[in-house]
Write a protein that binds this ligand. Sequence first.
Ligand SMILES: [Zn+2]
Length: 156
Amino acid sequence: MPDHIADALEMLRTAKTTARDALAMLDQITGEARPDVPADPRAMLAEAKRKLGVVQGLHLELAHKLLQLEQEHREQHQMRFDDPVYWRQMPGGERLGPYCTICWDATGKAITLSNSPFRGHDRWICRVCAKTFFSPGARDALEASASAHDRGPGRR
Ligand SMILES: [Zn+2]
């Protein structure tokens, strides 16, 4: 998120200086600045027009970035952590997911996990970072089988 804000501020700075340059050119053409009327006012008008086009483009990009930020903000507020994964809580009470906590925390991308049940309990796998998440039931089953194995013959 801070990257978006830094980008937006940089765009605003560029838009501001470009618009200022274009206005200065127009002042020169209309004779409101010294030195008076440039040698080639048509070329200067074309350049001023080009600069204003750049400013307009930056404003459109900024508007797009703001919409993106709003969308991310909304998505973040819908995410709920329910050990060990994220779920998206919809306004109607519906719950979507689960989503990978590693990917969401690192990149802000909601990656849907696929379920690969372990001994009748949910076990989710991320197709992006390959992390496996055990539901509390699957964790208990895993621990039970690990400790049974520890007590088995031939150990210690
Ligand atoms: Zn992941």
